[in-house]
Design a protein around this ligand. Structure first.
Ligand SMILES: [Zn+2]
Length: 400
């Protein structure tokens, strides 16, 4: 027997009884609840318990296993936000006697006001007016910036964040890979603003606010190698997944709407003598396979390419513009990481993707950074006008 009590308002509870009957019951027992983003089965299981939730989930469900319940009993949920304020509360009546039931309740996250309340939440569970258990979960919605777009342009920035990921222990990787790319969150955000000002429409933006000490969003979590993996603490998984779900959503949306797009993955490098250089990373042309086959190599290294336009604006670019990727290799340190490899157009579901590694003094000097953001946005517009806005066959004479 399975009963649903649906309410037109924000929440409802499902009471699933494994047995009914008329035997005499002992006092109801209330097991401490667990959380999941998935609906429970009759045993309050069906999906592993979660304590950490990222920003792109639809809802958080609390699941309370009950035993020996009686018709007319009441179970109540009180959701307390990280500031200690009551966010939502609801009581439900048990519909019929049962030896075993699963009670559940939820709050919406994506697009709901709860999404703005990042931190540790508590849910108090009471039975017949008596408080029986308080359960906690971590909502990590303030750790990823996700902005919608209406251009075939996706800006990403995996290393510009500094925020601690609460309750998650730090990575143990060495080799300097715990340091973030200073000011790239600001640069990526401002590129979007400047492009919107230039074109009247905005690029998609996905940027990490979490620090690289906890999660490296430009790495895979599908490896056991501590030097290569995105995080050490499994509790970091929902945040890493949320970042990449947002990138995937932006790429899919841009492909569906425009058929093609450019993804610009914004990074910073601080190599010796490279302080004012911007490096291109495309795995030597691999991650822009579609662009080059569509528009010729000029779309990657010509004066109207993204890096070519930056060279025209006076920036030092490596590899130097005008040279085909098979003639001058990219610096292997900056030549393209997990993001461009995952979302690049060499993948069937990808778009053209470039890693942009900006020299440290261009990012940290306030005057240079202010100019840089405008110059990158202008280069994005030049590229867009030449290779995305119109079919490039008419704009690129080098195309066969
Ligand atoms: Zn980086």
């Amino acid at each position: 027997m399975r009963l649903h009590h649906a309410f037109a308002t924000a929440a409802f509870v499902s009471l699933a009884a494994s047995t009914g009957g008329t035997r005499a019951f002992a006092r109801a027992s209330v097991n401490c609840p667990t959380f999941s983003e998935h609906e429970p089965d009759a045993d309050c299981a069906g999906a592993a318990p979660q304590r950490y939730f990222g920003p792109t989930i639809d809802r958080i469900i609390i699941r309370t296993p009950l035993k020996n319940v009686k018709s007319g009993d009441k179970i109540s949920y009180e959701w307390i936000d990280p500031s200690g304020n009551r966010h939502y509360s609801k009581s439900f009546s048990i519909a019929s006697d049962a030896k075993k039931r699963c009670s559940w309740n939820y709050i919406g996250i994506k697009g709901a006001r709860a999404a703005e309340k990042s931190g540790v939440w508590k849910v108090k569970v009471s039975y017949n007016g008596e408080e029986r258990c308080t359960a906690t979960f971590h909502l990590l919605t303030d750790l990823v910036v996700v902005e919608p777009g209406d251009l075939p342009i996706v800006i990403t920035a995996p290393h510009g964040g500094t925020s601690e990921v609460t309750g998650v222990y730090q990575r143990t990787a060495t080799c300097g890979t715990l340091k973030g790319d200073q000011k790239t969150l600001d640069v990526a955000t401002k590129i979007r603003d400047e492009v919107k000002a230039l074109l009247g429409r905005a690029p998609y933006l996905v940027a990490a606010k979490f620090g690289r000490k906890w999660i490296d969003a430009n790495r895979s979590d599908a490896t056991d190698d501590p030097e290569a993996r995105a995080y050490d603490d499994p509790n970091a998984r929902p945040v890493h997944a949320a970042y990449h779900r947002a990138v995937r959503d932006a790429v899919d949306a841009a492909r569906a709407k425009f058929g093609k797009a450019i993804l610009v993955d914004v990074h910073g490098q601080s190599g010796d003598g490279q302080e004012e250089t911007i490096h291109r990373g495309t795995r030597n042309g691999q991650t822009v396979t579609d662009l080059v086959s569509r528009c010729g190599v000029a779309a990657l290294v010509g004066p109207k390419s993204l890096f070519g336009a930056l060279a025209q604006a006076g920036y030092k670019i490596f590899p130097p513009p005008g040279v085909a990727p098979d003639k001058k290799k990219e610096n292997p340190n900056y030549g393209g990481g997990f993001t461009v490899s995952t979302y690049g157009s060499h993948n069937a579901n990808g778009v053209d993707a470039v890693q942009m590694e900006i020299g440290v003094s261009l990012r940290t000097d306030d005057v240079k950074r202010k100019k840089l953001k405008k110059d990158i946005a202008a280069a994005v517009k030049t590229f867009y006008d030449a290779f995305l806005k119109t079919p490039c066959a008419t704009t690129d004479p080098s195309r066969p």
